[in-house]
Design a protein around this ligand. Sequence first.
Ligand code: ANZ
Length: 801
Amino acid sequence: MNYDYKKIEKKWQNYWHENQLFKTENENLKPKKYILDMFPYPSAYGLHVGHISGYTATDILSRYYRMKGFNVLHPFGWDAFGLPAEQFALKTGKDPEEFTKQNIETFKRQLIESGKGIDWSRELSTADPNYFKWTQWIFKKLYEHNLAEIKDIEVNWCEELGTVLANDEILIVDGMMVSERGNYPVYKKAMRQWVLKITEYADRLLDDLKLVDWPENLKEMQRNWIGKSTGAIINFDCLGSEISFDVFTTRPDTIYGATYCVLAPENPLVLDIVTSDEEESVRNYIITTKQKSDLERQTNKEKTGVFTGAYAINPVNNKEIPIWIADYVLPHYGTGAVMAVPAHDDRDNEFAIKYGLDIIEVIQGETDGAFTGDGVHYNSGIIDGLNNSEASEKIISYLEKIKKGYAKNNYKLRDWVFSRQRYWGEPFPVVFDENNNIYVLKDEELPLELPKMKNIKPSGTGESPLANAHTWLNIEYDGMKVRRDTNTMPQLAGSSWYYIGYILKEHLGMIPLNTEEAKKELKKWLPVDLYVGGTEHAVGHLLYSRFWHKFLYDLGIVDTKEPFLKLVNQGMILGPDNTKMSKSRGNVINPDDIIFEFGADTLRVYEMFMGPIEAEKAWSTEGVAGIKRFLDRMFRMYSFEIVDNVDELNMIHHQTIKKVTEDIEKMGYNTAVSALMVFVNEVYKVKKMSKKQARDFLKLLNPFAPHITEEINKEILKQHETLLYSEWPIYDEAYLVLDEVEVVVQVNGKLRARLSVANNTSKEELENIALNNENVSKHLEGLTIRKIVVIPNKLVNIVAN
Ligand code: ANZ
């Protein structure tokens, strides 16, 4: 007899939600756990099975900690502003709000049907005025603290989308920039934009990475993105004029080898210093540069540039050196100007050879081309005989003395361009008078809502559709004629503090962020104990939300330096053909179909059994059916006789509790499921269970398969209390065998782990344990497993490349 998941699952979902069993009280008696999912953008496609794997992983942990007596906050919401809704509205003339609401309904239905236990009273949407009132308020505070300003800056402009795009929304195709969405051409254009000065937090964003338990590769991505370089600013005078310019260098020690300087073509000084002979070629070169992306400029095969006709004076030896412009120098990095040292820098070397410029060696070292290593300096005046770091230190103090330079750190991190030419985003809480003076709205004027527009159309001016909302846009304010901002905030604004929003969310509104009550609640719940989501947010969302969190920390609103203590990146679920699921390949698995055919419990257990949560895994429909058979067999196990004692199951009973408990805590769900399977097999050998064994097993399986276990608990074991808040089983050491053996794990022939495992652990389980080992998975990172050989009690040998 198989169980009727269609009836059972609906029934329990209704029961949980009608009785509000997932509601989190803001009470203090129990210890807290805050377990967070990266909230989705509610697209028109609904959830896919990849979402479900992360959402189930956090749901299991939330259910587990509830049973362990924790007060668990496990909320959900919607990253509801965004470009697709806007484009849909542009295309169809329909309301992006309506469209988004419908999509949210689908997502929510799917989540509930997957058995996810959410406190829906805390549901929030970034597009809800009750929420974005506070997004606007945080922006206002940033402005008041000089961390938001309007600047004329070059932006990536996409004519077709009518908007500025962030660097991570752009692809490079044949050396040209195109939009990630739609593949439209993108080029550089100067516009008045809000920018947030995240760079002022660069050092803290870097240093505080040591406070969080995140995957090392993700921390490294953030470090690289912030890109800190230590070096110096050095000032060069121009020959025969009052003009001087600064260069940024990481190698001030090489200054005696500087044989020319290069300005970025965009550097405004260029047109001041260019001689009339060179002006035409300089102007032409500036125009060609405009069409190239920064990336292209840094990686282009052949260096190009032109001479300006002007000369600079090296401040340490008064040597006159030519000033060039070249696109390998970027306008927004450092000072947009460099001193070029072709003997010790590869790019300068290539350039000097091509244009016949001097190459002067100042460090001893053997190499073809530029010698970039450490060595003894010569031809170098006061720093002769010193190595790199001594020479840098000494030359910097000399430059400081003669007031021609100083030590300086530089960052790759750019300030956050915060304006989008879109309708469907948070309006800026500001107005501008006729002279472009800025006035921020008063707190009581927030939220500033979007005007309802019948038809969202491009403004035709490069501004957002809001430029057409005349009565909203042009108003009287404090007796002045003013205009609102036609830009709206980027999608990453609302997602920068939503984990705070959940804590403050009350049924209809929010506890105001600027109150003592808010501080009290935030202190109770922060930091987030576990945050699960995909790696695609490694530098965008995860950097911006850390920045906003630190700002709120400085305001005294939150009392932790970091928002997310532990972070886990879920691996992608690939199609059955081992490639990324996509509409065009036709290999997308819809969770609705799986739930219809097999039930939510099967979907959940299957996705957890596929492999470690962080690993990329391919879908297998046979695998799903296998899990369904396991759950049916488990269900039938409860028709065996239930007696007072079954001694022969004691050991496996307690082993299973231990294993599943430890595995859940480290999110080793696949091995936890294997252990549950082993238990079922053992019960089938004796065809009976004790009451305690029968109940404990249900509790262990409950976080994975919450519906069927509730059903058995109530209808077969005749228990009245739901498993949700029952007590998690405790194992007794006395029943555990200590009969352990050592098994070694090799990756490509190299010893990577020694495992202590129970005697006669099965091949499959050994394989699972080995793959879950931290050091082993580290060495498998980026590799594809080709073959695994398991010799029980001895060896697991993994071949990967
Ligand atoms: C002289 C020098 C000599 C340099 C040498 C390097 C080696 P990172 O590590 O990326 O910070 N640079 C400075 N500003 C630049 C710009 N706007 N565009 C392109 N290149 C720029 O690199 C810093 C180094 O990159 C600087 O140190 C400068 O070249 C160059 F043997 O100065 B160096």
